[in-house]
Ligand binder design. Structure first.
Ligand code: NAD
Length: 330
């Protein structure tokens, strides 16, 4: 099989990792990289044994797919160029800065029959993948994504930078329209909101309480799911998951770590089990890029579609509208 020719646009922090991963995927040829900072493009090209191109148009003549790893505010213009030349695109999260930009891209990609995958990398976190065999239907979700301050990413509010990871996961689990949002946030260090909390209420009755901060002393990326008969805790930093379930007394439990007791109430005898799902070792970035290449090569629907990227952005921007109204009224 011919190697799939790709390029990376924007070789800063994440773009360099994309270039590194593409070099590690045997079915891919990293044809070149491009960056507005030409010296940076040259350095990256040298490191990843590829060519630096002077502009996006020059690179796109030689590739079938690109990773767009430029700052979020530039995603729309860069992605538009890719779609217009019929190049499949992996666009880092958040899909764009504004909802209308994302709507335009989704429409354009559909009309041009171009595959667009959005970089919601936490969908590929081994801890979440390990829960695939569980029937997740949470009715209450609590999530915390806290990080120490880093000027990178402060071109957008923490809601679009960090919280959007959890919003995307929550939307993929709850599968119900958002009915109501309450939110609050504060710009503490940067000019954008650095810490935020949102309460999302879904039509299904599920409620998600989501907190994100980029001014914390310690890093934390946790999500807790509560549903009938189960409590599930996911640690995205450690890549681990824990499940506490109520099961019938005679049910065989595969990942049993501990039996926590029996419940004799009602007609059914049940037991409480504590499970540690088996975690597959994998590099989430490499895995998501491999799946993008497969989708682009076969022209099939990617795991995280442009439409899903748009839905997550819609919720994130609604949260920001609520927060901004409060900021203006202070
Ligand atoms: P960065 O600032 O380190 O790198 C961006 C690079 O793009 C720079 O080298 C810059 O010179 C270049 N650039 C800017 N405009 C350009 C243009 N028009 N054409 C070509 N190159 C251009 O930024 P980063 O931290 O790597 O973030 C890049 C994107 O990745 C952002 O959208 C960010 O939200 C996303 N990101 C995602 C994750 C994740 O977990 N999936 C993590 C970090 C960043």
């Amino acid at each position: 099989m011919d190697k799939f020719p790709v390029g990376v646009i924007g070789v800063g922090h994440l773009g360099s990792l994309h270039a590194k991963m593409y070099n590690d995927i045997p079915s891919v040829e990293l044809v070149g990289v491009v960056d507005v900072d030409i010296e940076r493009a040259k350095r990256a090209a040298k490191e990843y044994k590829t060519k630096p191109y002077i502009n996006i148009a020059a690179l796109q003549r030689h590739v079938k797919g690109v990773s767009i790893t430029t700052p979020t505010i530039t995603h729309f213009e860069v992605a538009k160029q890719a779609i217009e030349t019929g190049v499949h695109l992996f666009i880092e999260k958040p899909i764009t800065h504004t909802t209308s930009e994302a709507e335009t891209l989704v429409q354009m990609a559909k009309q041009s029959n171009v595959v667009m995958q959005v970089g919601h990398i936490e969908r590929f976190n081994p801890a979440l993948l390990a829960l695939e065999s569980y029937h997740l239907r949470p009715m209450f979700i609590e999530s915390h994504r806290l990080a120490p301050f880093n000027p990178r990413g402060t071109d957008v509010a923490v809601v679009l930078d960090l919280m959007i990871h959890d919003i995307d996961i929550i939307l993929s689990l709850v599968k119900s329209p958002v009915q109501k949002i309450d939110a609050n946030g504060v710009a503490v260090v940067s000019d954008n909101v650095d810490i935020a909390n949102a309460r999302l209420q879904f039509e299904s009755g599920c409620v998600a309480n989501v907190t994100a901060s980029r001014i914390s002393q310690k890093k934390m990326r946790k999500m807790r799911l509560f549903q009938r008969d189960a409590y599930i805790s996911i640690d995205f930093s450690d890549g681990t998951a824990e499940v506490f379930r109520l099961v019938d007394e005679d049910e065989k439990v595969e990942n049993l770590a501990m039996m926590l007791g029996k419940i004799d109430a009602g007609t059914q005898k049940r037991k409480i089990v504590y499970e540690r799902p088996k975690i597959k070792k994998l590099n989430a970035l490499k895995h998501e890029l491999e799946l993008f290449i497969n989708a682009a090569r076969d022209n099939t629907q990617p795991v995280v579609t442009g439409e899903e990227g748009l839905q997550a952005l819609r919720v994130a921007n609604s949260i920001m509208e609520i927060i901004n109204k409060q900021r203006i009224s202070f």
